[in-house]
Design a protein. Structure first.
Lengths: 347, 147
């Protein structure tokens, strides 16, 4: 259903990227993009635009002077364009006005400067119009040429690269006696067994992926108009049975320990939990946020729980809130449900 | 009091004169960009990139114009490499280059060529020679402009 729009968007994106790469000069789209990049702050926009204009004028003057030293006649002929009739501020205003017409977006900035100076220099509008049209024509034809040439240039570069015996050791002066060493790049996934694994002892391999922690907290229950509080503690074992994607994570966690709901209601509890949620949360302070579902035994009775786990402090500290429901017998007199809030530390 | 006012007046008249003598942006302008951008690294970079793109566009535009008139002349005049480094690399190399105050008055268009020479690993004595030549050239140009 979505594949067709996706292809069109992807194609447009690739096309736009291609356009950007093959643009020769800064033009109207670059000029107008400065406003967006500078968050509409007029002072900053002015400075960036002024820097670009200074660069253009410096580039022109530098090579004019160089050319003039070699061949003054040719230099005077090639660099006759009027570029300095306007002050920077006036020039920026003139260019803003010029590029406010999207039709002029393909005109290079340097040509737009010439056009602005032609207008202020009293050149007639038909002549200026003809200059704009000629500029648009050569700028577009240059882009088209580069589009068709780029493949040839890449092919020529590859051919040149493959034809020469490229040896980095010679280029950087290590001399012909330098011994080339083959470098093996290790892939990240899947984790292959390599020589380094031989140094890991069997019990180290067994505990890889297992993690341990402790939790402690309080329980609150309200049933039959009585309000009871209690405490619990657990040893946490995070098993290696987990599944992760770039953003999500699923883990299985075992907890075993004690629980005390009242003076005569205490004993052991054990449960297995399945947790899934955000692996690396974008929310400040919170590193991980997961839903938590568990099943186990509390004082010998079957219990179920659901809750929320929030991890802080570089995934060291867990804040767990659970709603627990348990079956009860006449001997244990366990409340049917209670809320457990606990704090955990991961080793 | 009169003496202080007199010295201040000399400074005030001398400083704009210095500014007027400068033909191109150089190391002091390059370093001043940081201050102009209120020490915002992103904005400083944007301004530097805008300037570099300006120089390169100005160069290319007039290279093409010169090439239409006289190909051999244009090719010899614009023979230096200015696109070996990416703009980001170029900004970094220029920052390093102008960190040395002795390079302060080398024009930025020359410094762009020098930075690319560094990138291409051209022998240091050739680069030093080019730097010396650039200094002499810009001084000569300023003197000629004064005259």
């Amino acid at each position: 259903m979505f594949s067709r729009p996706l292809i069109i968007v992807g194609f447009a994106f690739v096309l736009l990227c291609g356009q950007r790469q093959n643009r020769v000069f800064w033009d109207g789209s670059d000029w107008n993009r400065i406003v967006i990049q500078m968050n509409q702050e007029s002072e900053l926009i002015y400075r960036v635009k002024a820097a670009h204009i200074n660069g253009l004028l410096d580039g022109r003057l530098y090579y004019y002077l160089k050319a003039w030293e070699v061949d003054p006649v040719l230099a005077e002929d090639a660099y006759t364009d009027p570029l300095d009739l306007l002050r920077h501020k006036e020039l920026i205003e003139a260019l803003d006005k010029f590029y406010s017409d999207p039709k002029q977006n393909t005109i290079p900035v340097i040509s737009a400067i010439i056009i602005a100076n032609m207008r202020i220099g009293g050149i007639s509008e038909p002549v200026v119009y003809r200059y704009i049209e000629e500029t648009r024509f050569w700028a577009n034809s240059m882009k088209t040429d580069i589009d068709s040439m780029s493949v040839e240039i890449l092919a020529a570069k590859l051919d040149k690269h493959l034809s020469k015996p490229f040896d980095i050791s010679v280029k950087y002066g290590r001399g012909p006696g330098y011994e080339n060493k083959s470098v093996v790049l290790k892939p990240k996934y899947p984790q292959a067994v390599d020589k380094g694994d031989k140094e890991i002892t069997w019990y180290m391999r067994l505990i890889q992926g297992w993690k341990f922690g402790i939790t402690g907290g309080n329980q609150w229950s309200k049933s039959d108009s009585t309000f009871a509080t209690g405490s619990g503690y657990n040893l946490v074992i995070k098993t290696p049975f987990h599944f992760t994607t770039e953003k999500l994570e699923t883990r299985i966690r075992l907890e075993t320990g004690g629980i005390k709901l009242s003076a005569d209601l205490n004993g052991s509890q054990t449960a297995a939990y399945v947790q899934f949620g955000l692996r690396d949360s974008k929310i400040p302070i919170i590193n991980r946020m997961m839903l938590d579902f568990g099943m186990g035994s509390t004082l010998g009775n079957t219990s179920f729980s659901s809750g929320l786990l929030i991890t802080l402090r570089k995934k060291r500290l867990d804040l767990i809130t659970r709603y627990v429901s348990a079956s009860s017998t006449t001997q244990t007199k366990l409340p049917p449900n209670w809320i457990s809030i606990s704090l955990g530390f991961n080793f | 009091m009169k003496r202080v006012t007199f010295i201040l007046l000399i400074f005030i008249t001398y400083l704009p004169a210095q500014q007027m003598d400068r033909l191109f942006w150089n190391g002091s302008d390059w370093r001043r960009l940081e201050k102009l951008a209120d020490y915002d690294p992103e904005l400083t970079y944007m301004m530097k990139i805008a300037y570099i793109n300006g120089v390169l566009d100005g160069r290319l535009f007039y290279y093409l114009k010169a090439w239409i008139r006289e190909q051999a002349f244009a090719d010899s005049l614009y023979a230096e490499t200015v696109d070996y480094l990416t703009p980001r690399e170029l900004v970094k190399v220029l920052d390093n280059f102008y960190a040395d105050p002795i390079n302060g008055y080398i024009p930025l268009p020359s410094a762009i060529i020098i930075s690319n020479m560094f990138g291409e690993r051209i022998p240091m004595n050739t680069i030093d020679e080019y730097i010396r030549h650039s200094k002499e050239w810009v001084n000569r140009m300023i003197l000629e402009q004064k005259q």
